[in-house]
Ligand binder design. Sequence first.
Ligand code: PLP
Length: 480
Amino acid sequence: MQTHKRALRRPRGQMSKINRLLPFTTAPLYHALQLMATGDAARFHMPGHKGEPVFTTYADLFAIDFTETYGTGNLYLGEGPIRDAEVAAACYFEAGDCFFLTGGSTQGVLAMLATAAGAGGSVLLDRGCHKSVCAACALLDLTPYFFSSELIEPFAVPGALDIAEAERQLIAHPEIRAVMLTSPTYYGVRRDIPAFADLCAAYGKKLLVDAAHGAHFPAVGLPTPIAEGADLAVLSIHKTLPCLGQGAVLLMGDRIDRRGLRENTALFGTSSPSYPILSSIDLARAYVEGPGHIAYLRAATACEDLRRFVDARTRFSALGTGDFPDLDPCRLTVSTAGTDMTGQALSDALWSEFGVACEMADERNAVFILTCSDSGSSLRRLRRALRKLSRRAQKGEVPHPAAPFPPAERVLSVRQAHFSHHGRVPVETAAGMVCARPVTPYPPGIPLLWPGEKITDSHIELLQERWYNKIDDIYVVITD
Ligand SMILES: Cc1ncc(COP(=O)(O)O)c(C=O)c1O
């Protein structure tokens, strides 16, 4: 992919001491990142700090890179200043308690499912869940049942979840121990958590929410999942707040065995959690509880302005400007549907011609994350770029309503399939075979097919049509 020269242009006088001491080839990753960091890109992707951290310099990171020693506290023992920081975060996020995580929401998803469903249990999942949920099913030998959502046109993104279908599944499979939903989604769609909390209460199930993309909600006046009735929720602080990558929190209500949950966070985490990450979670919380609150309200206003701008002044359309209130106010999803440009082509042109990086793109959409860290000039650049690229986009065929990915028959457990003898085959030859790994276009990291599911001709057709360039082969179970 071509890169706009402005994105990598280094402002004068930015050569760091370490660059002067080490030749460029010695630490290629560090130097590549430095070049990106000192360039001039407009970043509408995670981490939420966008390179404008609450921390001041790299040197600070090394200075506070401690371990469990006198005065620093121990994460998994829940003591010392780490615990004080967790208590402050529990209060801010309106939860009964809060545990810090340094393995992202992935660690939290694993710990939540281990605690609420146990090994060998059954769970009811929203089919649009992240691939970390699939990993949890393989590791914990969980049996997943699914419920789905309708696609919102013309975006073809999953909308409201079918709660009636969820209830039918709970009746049909009384062994289900927990229900898990994703809210908000990657595209910013919020789900009706109170309705699911009532359903779970009626059937005696735990409600878990993957709110990886919703850590900024209190900053824009929205409730967190625990306040809406969930038993457990995980938030990637790093995705939308000014926090270092991998910083996340696990929130809980009152019906959870906290000790067991803490042990399960240790089960899936490193025994050397990073103190810079832990403290950046603490700083991010302190920031949004204080001055950052206003900055997020500003980001939400900027996002709303951009939505109106996209609808009024471009050939594209923005999710949420119509009659669609339940949206993350800081997430902009721009659809190219109805033009001859794909979301991916829009994303590539934004980057190569304007140095604007979105969070992700798919066939019909490009998705942008707005946070406290976006400057007025980045926002203006995004606006200008969308306008110019929209002029280039020709009116295309209005797309047919997108067909949902067809349900699949489970013939092996997720765990059996994942740990089976397996190999890779070209997509077009996979009909009749059984998936050994999730088939997951990334981003958004949502598996279309799960391990243990039988692949049919209609799956292959849709994979080739909608994700043509991204998925060439599939891992399948080899039986002989
Ligand atoms: C919905 C959802 N849940 C969980 C995760 C995992 O989060 P993390 O990258 O913080 O481990 C992601 C990552 O993109 C996600 O989109």
